[in-house]
Design a protein. Sequence first.
Length: 296
Amino acid sequence: MTADAPATPIPSKLSPRRRLLRIAVVVAIFYAAWCTAMYFYQDQLLFPANMAPPPLPLGYQGKTTIEFKLDLPTGGSVLAWFLPAPGVSPDSPAPVVVFFHGNAEIIDHQHEMVEGYHRLGCSILLPEYRGYGRAAGKPSEDAIVADSVYFYDELLKRPEVDGNRIAIHGRSLGGGPAAQLAARRTPRALILESTFSSVADMAALYYCPSFLARNPFHTDRVLQSLDVPVLIFHGTEDDLIPVAHGRRLRDLARRGKYVEYNCRHNDFPGDGSAAAYWNEIDAFLRRSGVIEASAP
């Protein structure tokens, strides 16, 4: 005779409350893993220097380019390029626009901004971010802002610069350092283009709490106290930084003007809007006293 096989135990049925608890635990574990991954991966999202085009061998051919350099204690240097407008000299100083580019760009490829501001009679300063293009180091909010303050102060030493007529312009990621520089070195005017209210607010797009942002770039807090004219641009169909960010900055700016174009992020300001875009900048800089007002 063979022994009877032991009876298979019948699993007890989980109560609805215990099932919900088990599901909640699993979701919490996955969410914690997601937030952990985003915490360590966020620098690659915010500063994708590997996606930027390579430097141009000769930079801005045919343009006078003055290089500012800042040596880093870790080795190498970070740089900024100052391109005076045509006809500018120590005897005839001109206004300057400090322009901060987006997160997948470098200073070598800002031809449209250089030409546009030169047409308006403005010189332009292009600070590079650490780890981008020819610059050494690792990008971070603290490092980029500290470098920009240094380059701004060096700019003021140039005899061909009218230090009372300096504007700051930031595009996309560049709006973050542009606002932070404006908070530390008050310009005559500030232009924010297709930028975020803060990186901390952008965390919500990735379903993460704002306190995980290591480089929060709180432009929203700057605008609440900054008492200079601010021009804010945004695309209504922006697919990287939602238009709600531009509208929030509009609501926070003490002396702001807000302009929307029917476009996405990377095609800003959209087909057929380039002339209107530069006309807005021209008029804004004249109202702000950066460019001398036209004779009536």
